[in-house]
Design a protein around this ligand. Structure first.
Ligand SMILES: C[S@@+](CC[C@H](N)C(=O)[O-])C[C@H]1O[C@@H](n2cnc3c(N)ncnc32)[C@H](O)[C@@H]1O
Length: 479
């Protein structure tokens, strides 16, 4: 560096003098470079202090300026040796300010520390409670893993439940269109029109509301086009209520079950808050019934289990209790499925052919597929009051009752031989496919395996255990 440049540089640096911090002899012993270095150090220090202070004091700049009026060397305060500081301690605002700042900072730090501590403590406490807390959602995980029953839909064709729709026999969802029920009713009879005018809401295209064919039932819903089997309507709309009395009094409420218990009702009494499904009447017998109501994910849907031809009234079964209230006493198939207990095992005896099953499912399938005509006929005649056959059923049931009493009063071993002779020895378990009798449930299961046909894919000769599996497999070829 040239001597002239150095002088200029020294002049600039002199702005912050260092003489006050050294004795005369100390100063005399310092070289020019050392002096310059100390000045630079002081300048750097001042600059750093300013930079550090800037964000904190932005809001207080006015105050600071006011302070500057009383003392113009506030920035020197920090750098000055402690003895000097004591002398100049008449400069409280800056000092205070800094102290305040530090205090504020330390307060802030203390506060942060306290917060941190309490957070840690909380966390520690949480750690302590971790296990009980974990146990709570575990129940929920279970629910997630094992969904509620109403997540399953029974497929009549496959005779099994699926989580959601059957992949092979899915339902066709019929959506509600934004057609006002009133508009659909222009061509109705005058009497019906009067009633229909009171009807509100939207209806599905292809359906209309008019006077029911059931005497004194009021309005009903009719198909203006053919709806094929597995047409799904819904959900049933209405107000949610938990008041059973209110729900029961209206006559438009479906009960919703959650986790196997009655949880609430969907009440369609209010016409504004409901849809056309409120007008579907109750079937008086199996023959005229074309819809089944089912709960899926907390909602009620109606599904056609047979083709509904044009002009037919849509009819659903409201359930045994409501049916009885309407004067409909349809024989409850469930009552036919009541088991008898032998050796602690439930035995389901067919009331029509005396074959026994070890599960109500086999039994109901047997009734459905072996005796559907006979059963329907029996149920219908019972409802129509066909006395001759009705008496036969009654007497048959009476005999059963007597036998049941006998059964319960005797030792299980003798029962099998004496009271149930039709069971051919001790063959209690009958196959619902071929009626073969088996001596135990286990034997029956082994036997059932012989009915498992293999289904071969024509395209790749893949062997499938069922026609459903084959259909699913065939889809992979389509892809
Ligand atoms: C859900 S509402 C059905 C729509 C009703 N028909 C209407 O006009 O608003 C149920 C009521 O319809 C009548 N109902 C339904 N099915 C019936 C049946 N099979 N026999 C007699 N009345 C019936 C009863 O008055 C019952 O309380």
């Amino acid at each position: 560096m040239e001597q002239s440049d150095f002088r200029k540089f020294e002049e600039d640096a002199r702005s912050g003098d260092i003489e006050q911090y050294f004795t005369k002899t100390q100063m005399a012993s310092l070289s020019d470079y050392e002096k310059l270095r100390y000045r630079n150090m002081k300048k750097n220090y001042e600059m750093m202090v300013k930079m550090a202070q800037k964000p904190t004091f932005m809001q207080r700049s006015k105050k600071k300026r006011r302070v500057k009026h009383t003392d113009d060397s506030d920035s020197d305060e920090e750098w000055r040796p402690s003895s000097e500081k004591a002398k100049k301690s008449t400069n409280p605002p800056v000092f205070k300010l800094l102290k305040k700042t530090r205090k504020a900072k330390s307060e802030k730090i203390e506060q942060t520390c306290a917060e941190e501590k309490s957070r840690k403590k909380d966390e520690e406490n949480k750690e302590v409670h971790r296990y009980p807390q974990r146990q709570l959602p575990r129940t929920n995980y279970m629910y997630l893993e094992v969904p509620d029953d109403d997540e399953f839909i029974y497929c009549e064709d496959c005779e099994r439940e699926y989580e959601g729709d059957c992949p092979v026999h899915p339902c066709i969802h019929i959506y509600d269109s934004k057609i006002e029920i009133n508009c659909e009713q222009q061509k109705c009879s005058t009497k019906a029109q009067l009633k229909v005018r009171k009807v509100y809401g939207n209806i599905t295209r292809g359906l209309s509301v008019r006077e029911s064919r059931i005497p004194n039932a009021g309005l009903g819903v009719f198909a203006d086009q053919t709806f094929q089997q597995r047409s799904r309507f819904g959900p049933y709309e209405g107000e949610v209520t938990t008041d059973p009395d209110k729900a029961h009094s209206t006559g438009y409420a479906w009960q919703i079950h959650t986790d196997g218990t009655n949880s609430h009702y969907i009440d369609a009494n209010n016409k504004i808050k409901s849809n056309w499904m409120r007008y579907v009447n109750c079937a008086r017998n199996e023959d005229e019934q074309n819809l089944i109501a089912y709960q899926y994910k907390g909602q009620i849907f109606y599904r056609s289990f047979k083709d509904i031809v044009q002009g037919t009234e849509l009819l659903v079964w409201y359930g045994q209790d409501y049916g009885k209230d309407l004067g409909i006493d349809r024989m409850d198939i469930k009552s036919l499925l009541k088991p008898r207990y032998i050796n602690g095992e439930a035995i389901y005896g067919c009331p029509l052919c005396k074959i026994c099953f070890n599960s109500d499912r086999f039994m109901s399938n047997h009734l459905k597929y072996r005796h559907s005509t006979k059963l329907e006929w029996m149920l219908n005649h019972e409802l129509r009051g066909d006395n001759s056959k009705f008496h036969h059923t009654i007497s048959h049931r009476k005999e059963e009752n007597v036998r049941e009493k006998l059964i319960s009063s005797k030792e299980p071993d003798t029962l099998l031989k004496e009271e149930l002779p039709h069971l051919s020895g001790d063959s209690l378990y009958c196959c619902n496919k071929c009626s073969k009798g088996c001596s135990s449930g286990q034997d029956l299961e082994i036997h059932m395996k012989c009915h498992t046909k293999t289904f071969t894919c024509k395209l790749c000769s893949q062997q499938c255990k069922s026609d459903i599996q084959l259909d699913l497999h065939a889809n992979t070829h389509k892809r």
